[in-house]
Design a protein around this ligand. Structure first.
Ligand SMILES: O=P(O)(O)OC[C@H]1O[C@@H](O)[C@H](O)[C@@H](O)[C@@H]1O
Length: 319
């Protein structure tokens, strides 16, 4: 297969706003403006992180103010769908677990050396703009990071928590030039033991293997962790759905996507995790399956245009 596929148009290089360090250190408060107060929504903490807490007849959820990061989604009677590292660092370091929002670039793709990994918004205090409850008790939230000076893009995020979870990133080009960006909903799914997990929905796809200098390979059958225990792959031109089968927790997680052309499947593996102090011994309890648009699937937005990236997460018994 051809070596690393790259986007036809170069990615836009973003800049850190002058007040970025101040923003990442800003006091965090899960404030609830009078307009968003309602049954099923409260403010509090989740594992010490200031968070918006959601309770519906079917599930509970927690969303961190820091990073606008979904930290927990627990279908009633089940276990958390998401993994949050017990060793996670704290503000201003990114949270290790849940669903970090990587935006407007994934990794350091197309960016200058000193730029933070995975974009600008996972270490910023987010705002809850709107909240409503649907007739069946499902809760819909609209959130956004602060506006960043000099950034020609605006981001909004919708979360719908019901029997299933829907998450949408809406990106708008507010500038006067075309912008090429990358993005990911970096789900850390909780698993019994990653060595026993498989992921279907990837068969036949091309993946760029970060463990092989980004070279392209073809996936045959389901994803499974290699015996030497690591995976850092970008599946391109992918559409989903993907199903994570987890015999350890006796469940499957289905991820259905819209507006997403890449899937990233990442686990640090035992050896490398020893050197990552917020993963360590926890490495076998998560698998990152990410809904993304990265590498050759970068998005080009014309001035005034919008793009939506969406994932729907459903949990069921083992099939
Ligand atoms: O340590 P970070 O910045 O949160 O990144 C974690 C991982 O995120 C994954 O999405 C990348 O593919 C990996 O290469 C990376 O190591």
């Amino acid at each position: 297969l051809p070596a690393a596929e790259t986007p036809t148009t170069p990615l836009t290089a973003f800049h850190l706003p002058d007040d970025y360090a101040k923003l990442t250190d800003a006091p965090l408060q899960a404030s609830l403006d009078p307009g968003v107060r309602m049954a099923g929504l409260s403010s509090g903490e989740f594992h010490g992180f200031p968070a918006w807490l959601v309770e519906t007849p079917y599930a509970t959820a927690a969303i961190s103010v820091f990073g606008g990061q979904l930290l927990s989604f627990v279908p009633k009677g089940g276990q958390d769908v998401l993994w949050l590292s017990p060793l996670t660092k704290r503000q201003p370091e990114p949270i290790r677990g849940g669903t970090p929002v990587c935006w407007p670039y994934f990794g350091k793709m197309g960016q200058a050396k000193g730029m933070p990994s995975h974009g600008l918004v996972r270490t910023l205090p987010w705002h809850l703009r709107e909240a409503r409850r649907e007739a069946d008790g499902s809760v819909v939230l609209q959130l956004a990071p602060p506006t960043l000076a000099g950034l020609p893009l605006r981001l909004g995020m919708m979360l719908r928590i019901g029997r299933t979870l829907t998450q949408t990133l809406v990106t708008e080009n507010t500038g006067s030039q075309p912008v090429v960006f990358t993005e990911a909903l970096h789900n850390y799914f909780r698993v019994g033991d990653v060595r026993q997990v498989s992921v279907s929905g990837l068969d036949g796809l091309t993946y760029l293997d970060k463990k092989d200098e980004g070279r392209a390979h073809r996936q045959h059958g389901d994803w499974q962790l290699l015996p030497d225990g690591h995976s850092d792959r970008i599946y391109t031109h992918a559409t989903g759905p993907y199903v994570l089968h987890d015999p350890g927790l006796g469940r499957h997680i289905r991820i259905t996507t819209r507006g997403s052309r890449s899937a990233v499947v990442w686990n640090a593996g035992e050896k490398a995790a020893r050197g990552i102090d917020d993963i360590g011994a926890g490495w076998s309890h998560y698998l990152a399956v990410e809904t993304a648009n990265v590498a050759p699937d970068a998005i080009e937005l014309q001035p005034g245009e919008r793009h939506e990236l969406q994932q729907l997460i459903e949990v069921g018994g083992l099939k």
